[in-house]
Design a protein around this ligand. Structure first.
Ligand SMILES: [Zn+2]
Ligand SMILES: [Zn+2]
Ligand SMILES: [Zn+2]
Ligand SMILES: [Zn+2]
Length: 165
């Protein structure tokens, strides 16, 4: 008996969808976000998600990295989609990672990294050498425009260099 838990996570998701068809807007499920990470690379799952015959689940980039064979069970992987889990990650919305800093947005799990970059509450550090300024994405643009940084780099460069947490 191996990996009973991953079997369960794939099949029980189907029930979740059935329940959602009743348009239950008041109740919402709490999901441990760790289960939404690829069990191999621990990166947040994206669509497509694949599973082997033993229902070991991996993200698509692991699929090619593992050369389409799941290492522990040696089953081929890459031709069966884990639709149940795909449905789950499509339906999950999380509070923004900057909720504590004041962002009230609920972010789709699949768009989390996009939102993190655009979120006006993300703290970004100024990429200019010897400048220790840290502020929100928009504050940083203002900072950049107000100080003499324009001389050192154009705005497009700022976009590529700034580090947001
Ligand atoms: Zn992965
Ligand atoms: Zn397997
Ligand atoms: Zn946000
Ligand atoms: Zn600066």
């Amino acid at each position: 008996m191996e990996q009973a838990s991953s079997d369960e996570s794939c099949s029980s998701n189907i029930h979740l969808r059935n329940r959602q068809r009743t348009k239950d807007n008041i109740r919402s499920a709490t999901v441990d976000v760790d289960v939404l990470d690829c069990p191999v690379c621990f990166e947040p799952l994206t669509i497509p998600i694949f599973q082997c015959d033993n229902r070991h689940m991996v993200c698509s980039s692991c699929c090619s990295k593992l050369r389409y064979i799941f290492p522990t069970c040696a089953s081929p992987i890459g031709h069966i989609r884990c639709r149940g889990m795909e449905t789950v990650i499509e339906s999950v919305f999380l509070p923004c990672i900057n909720a504590e800093l004041g962002c009230a947005e609920k972010v789709s799990f699949l768009k989390e990294s996009t939102h993190k970059k655009e979120c006006s509450f993300s703290l970004c550090s100024c990429p200019v050498q010897d400048c220790n300024y840290t502020g929100s994405y928009t504050d940083l643009y203002d900072h950049y425009a107000t100080y003499t940084h324009q001389d050192s780099m154009g705005r497009g460069v700022l976009e590529n260099l700034m580090v947001c947490m």
